[in-house]
Write a protein that binds this ligand. Structure first.
Ligand SMILES: C[S@@+](CC[C@H](N)C(=O)[O-])C[C@H]1O[C@@H](n2cnc3c(N)ncnc32)[C@H](O)[C@@H]1O
Length: 243
């Protein structure tokens, strides 16, 4: 799959997420031992939304980040966008966040690399495990920059290639053996859970990813490594004044 590009890559990704949609959340909780819930809390906290803010959850999948946003900020308006209808369908069947109105969450199908959204619209754009899937990362980041209001925040959670240290063999075993086996057991889709280690291994490390955010025009860029440096949260801000 690593060699697929453009529409072919998009079709592959959509087909894979459609097949795993019903078991996606359970698989996330299992393979991260529940840690992803804590990471999502941090992503939303770092979005620093105003009480009447607008948030875009891009590559929202089943909407875990969108619901966490409404848990932390019940009065904001959230748009969850993904190009796999099956993932959003599962998310729409989930109960809404407590205290929030169901109308605070809108779902929309769109490609993160060509958003049918106006410029300068959102106070924050968040994503969970999306960036690694994009065929053109620079285009994906420029779209997020475009739809953010000046001063708006980008916060992204994604896996990073395993670090070269004493734990590397253990981490590689977890990625390449344990995760596909769990994927087969829980969702019957070992291939989808070979895609995860493959794309993780070939993705950017945190320093290079932060450099790409700066290149895209963001300022105040930073990142936080998690889970033995196998996952990172990135953040940045669109400048208040056009550069
Ligand atoms: C690994 S899932 C993450 C779902 C969710 N954000 C989470 O944190 O669990 C990646 C999601 O990104 C979506 N996706 C991948 N490429 C996309 C694109 N170009 N445009 C929109 N969605 C995309 C997939 O359909 C999938 O639902």
């Amino acid at each position: 799959m690593a060699n697929l590009t453009g529409a072919e890559r998009a079709r592959y990704v959509q087909g894979m997420f459609t097949r795993i949609a019903s078991r996606y959340d359970l698989m996330n909780r299992t393979m991260t031992a529940g840690q992803d819930v804590r990471w999502r809390r941090e992503v939303i906290r770092r979005a620093e939304l105003p009480s009447d803010g607008r948030l875009l959850d891009l590559g929202a999948g089943t909407g875990d980040l969108a619901r966490e946003a409404l848990r932390q900020y019940p009065t904001v308006a959230v748009m969850a966008v993904d190009f796999t209808l099956g993932m959003m369908h599962v998310g729409q069947l989930r109960p809404p966040a407590r205290r929030s109105l169901p109308t605070r969450l809108a779902w929309s199908a769109a490609d993160a690399q060509a958003l049918p959204l106006l410029a300068d619209t959102f106070d924050a754009v968040v994503s969970g495990f999306l960036l690694r899937n994009l065929g053109d990362l620079a285009l994906g980041l420029s779209e997020q920059y475009r739809v953010l209001k000046p001063g708006g925040r980008i916060v992204a959670l994604d896996t990073t290639p395993p670090p070269h240290n004493l734990l590397e063999p253990l981490i590689r075993f977890h990625l390449h053996t344990v995760i596909p086996a769990l994927g087969q057991w829980i969702s019957g889709q070992a291939e989808a859970y070979r895609y995860l280690p493959e794309t993780t291994q070939s993705f950017l490390g945190p320093e290079r990813m932060a450099a790409r955010l700066l290149e895209a025009g963001f300022e105040q860029v930073g990142f936080h490594r998690l889970m033995l440096d196998t996952v990172s949260i990135y953040w940045g801000r669109k400048p208040r004044q056009a550069k």
